[in-house]
Design a protein around this ligand. Structure first.
Ligand code: SAM
Length: 245
């Protein structure tokens, strides 16, 4: 059954109203008809099975028949702060695969060696596309909630937010001693929220590594081999969830 993420205000008195993109997908791609069943997710952990009433070009409606409380979210909330890679496709891979693996949120940030500032209009277009990628990946991977996507911070703002998390980690290719495993083992209790900060293709500068240490981020090595930026993010989310859940 096809899954659609909607916002809670698209449900009134048991009737779901889908907007133009979803209506187009239902009508043109899936050739759906009134009476067909669809899955609808409200992004807050509830899934609904609904029977289509009407499938138009710009609007579709469906009546809720069943309510299901989903249990597909990771208990550990991992926020991936990803330095904007120079190659746009890499950021999209992080968003798509990171959503599948179970990341809670994505913060794209500018660092010393990452992409330079985009004009506002192009930036907003890019953000819309990123949210669309996350939505499709969340629907495909049966996520109960949509990961948040932010792109309004630079490196210093990401560091300043580190205190909001139980554990904040800098994936640092220059870290010789501390591994992800030893960082986790040194925690008094398993962290419920983790910030992971990943560098761009060119890595972190020395001043950035020092600033992160000053902001109390624990720098960790992901092993002896250097991973591509998009690989590092995914490996880290997967390893954290494996270790903590
Ligand atoms: N240009 C850098 C170099 O040659 O050392 C490599 C940068 S790496 C491609 C991009 C980012 O992925 C790094 O800044 C880091 O956040 C993460 N990363 C990749 N391999 C890592 C490793 N073995 N340990 C920790 N972080 C790693």
């Amino acid at each position: 059954m096809t899954r659609f993420f909607i916002s809670p205000n698209q449900i009134t008195n048991g009737l779901v109203t889908l907007g133009p993109d979803d209506a187009h997908h239902l009508k043109v791609v899936l050739h759906a008809n009134p009476g067909d069943l669809i899955n609808v997710l409200n992004g807050c952990g509830t899934e609904f099975i609904a029977k289509l009433d009407e499938v138009g070009k710009s609007r579709a409606t469906a009546r809720i028949t069943t309510i299901i409380h989903l249990d597909t979210e990771a208990q550990t909330r991992i926020t991936v702060a990803q330095a904007l890679p120079k190659v746009a496709d890499k950021m999209e891979q992080v968003l798509q695969r990171g959503t599948e693996v179970g990341a809670h949120a994505f913060w794209a940030y500018e660092s010393a060696r990452s992409l330079t500032h985009l004009p506002r209009e192009r930036h907003l277009k890019r953000l819309t596309r990123w949210n669309e990628i996350v939505k499709t990946a969340a629907e495909q991977s049966h996520r109960a909630r949509l990961p948040e996507v932010r792109a309004d911070q630079d490196f210093s703002q990401v560091l300043a937010a580190a205190g909001q998390f139980d554990l904040s980690l800098l994936a640092y290719e220059g870290e010789a001693k501390t591994t992800l495993r030893s960082a986790l083992e040194s925690q008094p209790t398993p962290p419920k929220s983790v910030l992971i900060v990943i560098g761009p293709e060119g890595g972190f500068t020395d001043p950035e590594a020092r600033a992160a240490a000053k902001a109390k981020l624990q720098s960790v090595s992901l092993g002896k081999r250097i991973l591509r930026t998009e690989t590092a993010a995914l490996i880290m989310v997967a390893q954290l969830l494996y270790a903590l859940e």
